[in-house]
Write a protein that binds this ligand. Structure first.
Ligand code: GLN
Length: 532
């Protein structure tokens, strides 16, 4: 039978609950236990797929085509757990399921209520994850901050879970903030006391506290937290700011967090071993042998979370090449105003990420033209590939004003057009071409050199695609179509010859990059940038 760990957050958001959960998963996994992780999101959207990245950050896509919370990206980067549509549940999904059942008549004669119907559905979803993953330990991260109205049903389900599954099979971890007040030169425990109090009012007594802090937690501070929060002192864990998120598993291990968890569950396993992680990830990351400057030219530049997996994949490529990467986040609209030379004149590589809608497109196209002409290594992702195709069409194929029908429906040269399967799609939620599809790599191309494989499997999230009517012309003018989804003859990878590294892909390789296994497209991009 699986053991369940619920992770809640208090005081403020953005304390790194996702990274803390993933890090705990990592240490437990290094002890030979099979873990999986799940995120419960209190918002009413069915999934984050219809939200603006500024609202919610990146939408993380799983192999099975679910559009999910970006924390699932942390789970896959830190652990071997495979994320699926079951690993993320939202209030929207939960109510959707219950209301559909009610309409079908499954509850005839009954009143449908938050308790037990909504909480019951939440618990079923948690058990489902345990069942399909066959994990020894299921970590369930509850989104939001304790005290939010929205997350109450999830917390109530977490409380009930202990009654259902048994005291020894359920553990509660609460992540909280212990702020340092500069003028008083003191760290304060009151916010933590209050947030644990709120949790206890709901009926949850945390077993372990993870205290985010910028200063070390003195013994007497731990004692005070322990006393007021009713948590053993040993289980008051200091989670001080670190240079790299990949150090967090070691920080927890040093305070025997894994031992505390296993002894609660009465589980015995081999000791944890993070040596490879420490050596191949953290040590390499913190001892770079050089610096490379990479521009990310996008439109959601103001929010770090909007391109989370891309920034992580760049970091992984830095780790693998043992280089420090300075990321220049450039708003593509600024390129429209100031021109590419001004903003991209001194970078070693240019990356254009995915996106939707017209805003900033012309700036991205200018950036790509600059990369092509100045022979600056270039990696285009999804919309980045589509922009590379538009640029090539306009400037090398003589197709003046070539465009994507997403931006100009009546364009004379629709070099990017709607996928055939999308023409009758009316609903916007969950209807893109989503998830993993195989792609055949053409021999003797840059893609073949990068992947060293014939068939690759990458994740997608798009509605538009290269328009095959233009394929012959583009080929004649020098564009190489090096990756094809054979079943529907869709272009997945384009590249240019006579350039140190110019490659763009219709899919999202960033979702499959790991700190100890950088994605080859990113790894070689950074290598090329360093050579430049
Ligand atoms: N908007 C483009 C499409 O739907 C690109 C999507 C993306 O970059 N994820 O095809």
């Amino acid at each position: 039978m699986a053991k369940y760990i619920f992770i809640t957050g208090g005081v403020i958001s953005s304390l790194g609950k996702g990274i803390a959960s993933a890090s705990i998963g990592k240490i437990l996994e290094s002890r030979g236990l099979k873990v999986t992780l799940m995120k419960l999101d209190p918002y009413i959207n069915v999934d984050p797929g219809t939200m603006n990245p500024y609202q919610h950050g990146e939408v993380y896509v799983t192999d099975d085509g679910a559009e999910t919370d970006l924390d699932l990206g942390h789970y896959e980067r830190f652990t071997r757990a495979k994320m699926t549509k079951f690993n993320n549940a939202t209030t929207g999904q939960v109510y959707n399921a219950v209301i559909s059942r009610e309409r079908r008549g499954d509850y005839l004669g009954k009143t449908i209520q938050v308790i037990p119907h909504i909480t019951g559905e939440i618990k079923e979803r948690i058990k489902k994850v345990a069942q399909v993953s066959n994990a020894d330990i299921v970590l369930i991260e509850i989104g939001g901050t304790v005290g939010d109205i929205e997350s109450l049903p999830f917390l109530e389900a977490a409380r009930q879970f202990k009654v259902d599954a048994g005291e020894k099979n359920v553990l509660y971890i609460h992540l909280t903030l212990v702020p340092y007040i500069k003028v008083a030169d003191e760290i304060k425990t009151k916010p933590t006391q209050h947030s644990v109090q709120t949790l206890r009012e709901i009926g949850i007594q945390p077993d372990i506290l993870l205290c985010r802090t910028e200063k070390p937690l003195a013994d007497e501070v731990k004692e005070k937290i322990s006393l007021f929060c009713n948590v053993r002192k040993q289980a008051v864990i200091e989670s001080r700011d670190v240079e790299s998120i990949y150090q967090v598993p070691m920080v927890f291990k040093a305070q025997i967090l894994d031992e505390i968890i296993l002894s609660h569950f009465n589980l015995i396993s081999r000791p944890s071993d993070l040596k490879d992680w420490e050596k191949n990830v953290v040590e390499r990351q913190l001892s770079p042998k050089g610096v490379v400057r990479v521009a990310v030219v996008g439109k959601y530049i103001g929010l770090q979370d909007a391109y989370k997996s891309i920034y992580e994949a760049i970091t992984h490529a830095g780790i693998s090449n043992q280089l420090k990467i300075e990321v220049r986040k450039i708003d593509s609209e600024d390129i429209e105003k100031l021109g590419p030379e001004e903003l991209l004149g001194c970078v070693d590589g240019i990356l254009v990420p995915g996106g939707f809608g017209n805003r900033g497109i012309e700036g991205k196209i200018k950036a790509i033209e600059f990369a092509r002409k100045k022979k600056i290594p270039f990696l285009g992702l999804c919309l980045g590939m589509q922009c590379a195709v538009i640029e090539f069409g306009r400037h090398l194929c003589g197709l003046k004003d070539a465009n994507s029908t997403e931006f100009k429906s009546k364009t004379k040269y629709p070099v990017i057009s709607l996928l055939a399967e999308q023409t009758n799609v009316k609903d916007m939620g969950g209807t893109m071409r989503l998830g993993a599809y195989p792609c055949k790599i053409k021999k003797n191309t840059l893609a073949a050199k990068v992947y060293r494989k014939n068939i690759i499997l990458e994740r997608h999230r798009h509605r538009y695609e290269f328009n095959n009517k233009f394929r012959k012309l583009f080929e004649k003018k020098g564009m190489v179509f090096s990756g094809i989804y054979q079943k529907k003859d869709l272009v997945e990878i384009v590249e240019l010859k006579n350039h140190p590294y110019f490659i763009a892909v219709q899919f999202h390789p960033e979702f499959k990059s790991k700190p100890d296994a950088a994605h080859p497209l990113f790894r070689e991009f950074i290598k090329a940038a360093a050579t430049k």
